[in-house]
Design a protein around this ligand. Structure first.
Ligand SMILES: [Zn+2]
Length: 205
């Protein structure tokens, strides 16, 4: 049983690296139309996010297969949906306009969504909402896996502290492969334990 869990994590981690390499290879093909490369880039973000949360759930091993599947799909969808801010910033639904932006759109700022996620985790604790806690961490994995991959081209935008210059491809790929192995500890440490319902006092006359 343990070796199956180990195998699952190892294969998924290798898949993160392979998917990232393959996606980058397609995106680098200048002979392909820009739209095709943008779609391939977005699918790669989604696949890396999906695989990353899968690894997190294998580490945590605290949910049913169905619940894990929904979470994995959600993380992949969020990692992919981050690029929708290109359309919002361009105020256009045309992919050509979205690709022509002169500055990075708001969801590509790493520090602000991470701060928002931190607040969401705190709110989850205050109101004892385990599902909000879980959603916050899914959001963190979607954001970080997407931004680390983008960082190879544009660096990391850490408002209000400035930006980090582009990082080597090998560094981003290794970071994406390590991320889902490092975060489960934080997810577990910050977990929301549902409080038992208060016992009603019985007044004996
Ligand atoms: Zn992006």
């Amino acid at each position: 049983m343990l070796w199956m869990i180990w195998m699952n994590r190892t294969v998924a981690t290798l898949c993160v690296g392979l998917v990232a390499l393959l996606g980058d290879h397609v995106v680098a093909q200048n002979s392909l139309p820009r739209v095709v490369r943008a779609v391939a880039d977005n699918f790669t973000h989604g696949a890396v996010g999906l695989l990353s949360w899968h690894i997190v759930t294998v580490h945590l091993a605290d949910l049913s297969v169905t619940a894990r599947l929904w979470e994995v799909l959600l993380c992949g969808l969020l990692a992919s949906a981050i690029d929708l801010d290109h359309f919002a910033a361009a105020r256009s639904l045309r992919i050509e306009d979205a690709l022509r932006l002169s500055s990075r759109p708001f969801l590509h700022c790493t520090s602000v969504p991470l701060a928002v996620s931190g607040i969401m985790v705190m709110v989850a604790h205050i109101f004892c909402w385990p599902s909000l806690h879980r959603l916050s961490w899914i959001f963190v994995v979607a954001i970080l896996s997407h931004h680390l991959r983008d960082a190879a081209r544009r660096g990391l935008w850490l408002y209000p502290f400035g930006s980090i210059p582009p990082i080597p491809s090998a560094v981003y790929i290794v970071s994406c492969m390590l991320l889902p192995h490092l975060l489960p500890w934080l997810v577990w440490r910050t977990r929301v334990v549902p409080q038992p319902a208060p016992m009603h006092s019985v007044v004996v006359l």
